[in-house]
Design a protein around this ligand. Structure first.
Ligand SMILES: *[C@@H]1O[C@H](CO)[C@@H](O)[C@H](O)[C@H]1NC(C)=O
Length: 437
């Protein structure tokens, strides 16, 4: 009886999965096609405080990486009992039979082995979206494509333009999801992540006309507002950074500029997670749940930020203490992974993204140089698209990544793995192969 009941539920679940598989298929095609897509873009924001959308990306470029992470997997210990293993294997076998049956019944000619990223029913808060390009927007889209509800935090001075552009349909082309629908942003919150609470915000900022029209924009207040509106969230994304002296070498960076970079780009993340953690849905281990295939029921909330290789390797041009800020962000990712993991089984990861082309980037020039460098030197000789970062974020936020935490994940065409720039004239006789595709 139990087995029958279980099989029935399995069939139901597989039907569900099937429709997902189908809806995911065009998505895969679409993102493959857009692999070479170039994100053209407006400068995100012009103001006294330049805000870099997508943190890693806006004023950034890319190269290197080594990883303490690799060490951690060296001593994997399996605690699975033989009995449980048998059990698991037999339910897997059942699962496969039912999948085959369900596929056959539905008239699908080619059964797809479905392993969808399913974020339906999850709520994501993405801090640092103020236009339709850059990594914040791309992450929002990928999470939305996987079914998540999207809330965003938009830098206060950029709020009006962003809301108006959305309302007037200026972003409609870039709102299109793989199934043809348009991404809905459920709510936009004004946010200035440099201030934790109203007492922190200086009078001249509060009374500034770009701020005065908005309220509740400090980190604590935004978290409170989200709690009032939605109760809880599942996914927290930090996609903002700012370095007022980014164009200065570190040796010429002022204390003020350095600390501002750390405050806006690193501590903003600590503060965000600190204030949102109480309303993040914890990871639960549900026992005896028929739908707990693989690790689907073990995964709870997760948090993602964006970093840049300049944190660990020298990238001239990424100055003003921004390299220091990214180093702090990556170190904090590990410590926060421990603290949030122990406290609520929340996972904390960061994506080290390569350079993204945008209009703003073109204006700066530095990114163009780094894109060129990557095209010449990276293992994959293609331009990075924002979608590729968005899709990695969707994976990290999903139960498929339920054992990944404290990690720096490189989404950079592999440039981080290179030890030398192969375009150097010293390699001229090496006959290094070039991608001819
Ligand atoms: C600001 O937050 C407070 C407390 O959460 C709330 O009562 C108030 O309505 C909010 N103000 C606005 C304009 O949303």
């Amino acid at each position: 009886m139990f087995i029958l009941k279980r099989a029935f539920i399995l069939v139901l679940f597989c039907r569900l999965k099937l429709s997902l598989v189908r809806s995911c298929f065009p998505k895969m095609a679409a993102s493959a096609a857009s692999g070479m897509q170039i994100a053209t873009a407006r400068p995100c924001i012009t103001s006294s405080r330049k805000f870099f959308q997508g943190g890693a990306a806006f004023l950034s470029a890319d190269p290197k990486g080594s990883s303490w992470l690799k060490l951690s997997s060296a001593h994997q210990i399996s605690s699975v009992q033989p009995f449980q293993q048998r059990n698991f294997a037999s339910s897997l076998a059942k699962f496969n039979q039912v999948v085959t049956k369900a596929v056959a019944e539905s008239g699908e000619s080619k059964p797809l082995p479905g392993l969808p990223i399913d974020l339906r029913g999850k709520k994501a808060f993405i801090a640092g979206v103020a236009d339709d390009n850059g990594y914040g927007w791309a992450i929002a889209k990928s999470l939305a494509a996987a079914g998540a509800q999207i809330l965003v935090g938009t830098w206060v001075p950029a709020l009006n333009i962003f809301e108006n552009s959305l309302r007037r349909g200026k972003f409609d082309d870039s709102r299109v999801l793989p199934d043809g629908s348009l991404m809905e942003i459920v709510k936009i919150y004004p946010l200035d992540a440099v201030y934790d609470n109203p007492e922190d915000a200086p009078e001249d900022v509060k009374s500034n006309k770009r701020y005065a029209g908005s309220s509740n924009w400090t980190v604590q207040e935004v978290a409170e507002s989200v709690k009032q509106d939605f109760g809880s969230i599942d996914i927290l994304v930090h996609s903002l950074a700012n370095g007022p002296e980014v164009s200065k070498p570190l040796l010429e960076t002022s204390r003020k500029g350095y600390l501002a970079a750390l405050s806006a780009s690193s501590y903003s993340y600590v503060s965000l997670l600190k204030h949102f953690l109480p309303i993040m849905n914890p990871g639960k281990l549900l026992k005896n749940q028929p739908l707990c295939f693989f690790s689907f029921c073990r995964s709870g909330g997760s948090s993602i930020s964006l970093t840049y290789i300049a944190s660990e390797k020298i990238i001239p041009g990424y100055g003003g203490g921004m390299s220091s800020a990214k180093a702090a962000l990556e170190s904090d990712t590990r410590v926060l992974a421990f603290e949030a993991g122990r406290k609520k089984r929340i996972r904390v990861n960061t994506i080290s993204a390569g350079p993204l082309r945008s209009r703003a980037a073109k204006a700066i020039g530095f990114i163009d140089t780094m894109i060129e460098y990557s095209l010449t030197n990276a293992p994959l000789q293609k331009e990075l698209s924002a979608d590729e970062v968005g899709n990695a974020a969707a994976f990290l936020a999903s139960p498929l990544a339920s054992a990944i935490t404290g990690a720096v994940i490189y989404v950079d065409n592999g440039l981080n793995a290179m030890g030398v720039g192969v375009d150097s004239p010293v390699f001229v006789d090496l006959d290094i192969p070039k991608d001819k595709h």
